[in-house]
Design a protein around this ligand. Structure first.
Ligand SMILES: Nc1ncnc2c1ncn2[C@@H]1O[C@H](COP(=O)(O)OP(=O)(O)O)[C@@H](O)[C@H]1O
Ligand SMILES: [Mg+2]
Length: 249
């Protein structure tokens, strides 16, 4: 059986603001899935609701027919950059080793296996030379790569990233997309919020288009039909073809 996340009739409100209404959605393993939609569409909220990090009004989230919140150890989550405290006095190595805590447990010594897995993960994102650097002293792109390494070290099955490409250089974007593709190909769930509809969108296999309600989900080209974009962006986005995008004023 192919692994999948199943979301049934999910609704979320913040006090009196309705953020998500009646979302029904399946997210399949083996595909790189992007989540798009305008500012305030509820993208971050949906990610947090899936992961059980916020209260939901209604609905259920299953992974392989079992509540996802009971399987937190297999989930890696990197929040939006603005939600991370970058003054936190941790080195690159500390951050990546945090990914091993679910395997090792708190207050236990890390095994050589854990250290090797952390080193391999750092190698994959090409950040080994920065091992002892405080994360606050890295560029945005380097920081994202470190958090990606942490999630690889965690050996998660579900990878959730909220806008990992904001403020990131092109080289880093290419490195990260390459790893996302490999994770998806190896049967993981990779779910990435990406508000930018530029060329990088063609990296995704599947898309979820959101504006409080689910507008469309599934194959990228199906989702990017003009009628769907009109509905999500109130007619403010024009989409021509895979190599030609234009954002109207
Ligand atoms: N902690 C919060 N308290 C109150 N309202 C919130 C909170 N977080 C988000 N919202 C509101 O919920 C809606 C969806 O927000 P969000 O999920 O952050 O959207 P997106 O990530 O698509 O930009 C917005 O109207 C936002 O203002
Ligand atoms: Mg957001």
């Amino acid at each position: 059986m192919e692994s999948a996340i199943n979301i049934n009739n999910l609704s979320v409100s913040y006090r009196n603001i309705e953020a998500l209404r009646g979302i029904n959605l399946n997210i399949s393993a083996g595909k790189l899935t992007g989540m798009i939609g305008p500012n305030g569409a509820g993208k971050s909220t949906l990610l947090k609701a899936i992961l059980g990090l916020i209260n939901i009004n209604n609905g259920q989230v299953f992974y392989n027919n079992k509540a996802l919140i009971e399987q937190r150890k297999i989930v890696a989550y990197v929040p939006q950059r603005s939600q991370i405290d970058w003054t936190y006095p941790a080195t690159v190595w500390d951050v990546v080793m945090m990914g091993r805590i679910t395997k090792t447990g708190w207050f236990k010594r890390f095994s050589n296996v854990s250290k090797q897995k952390a080193l391999n993960a750092l190698e994959k994102v090409e950040m080994t030379p920065f091992l002892n650097r405080p994360i606050g002293q890295l560029s945005g792109g380097q920081q994202q790569r470190v958090f990606l390494a942490r999630s690889i070290a965690q050996e998660a099955e579900i990878f959730c990233f909220d806008e990992p490409f904001v403020g990131v250089d092109q080289r880093t974007e290419a490195i990260i997309f390459n790893i996302f593709h490999k994770l998806a190909e190896s049967g993981k769930i990779v779910l990435v919020v990406n508000h930018d509809l530029g060329e990088s969108i063609t990296n995704f296999d599947d898309l979820i288009l959101l504006n409080k309600e689910l507008i469309a989900a599934g194959n990228r080209q199906e989702v990017l039909k003009q009628e769907n974009l009109d509905q999500a962006y109130n007619g403010k986005v024009m989409f021509f073809n895979e190599n030609d995008y234009n954002l109207a004023a």
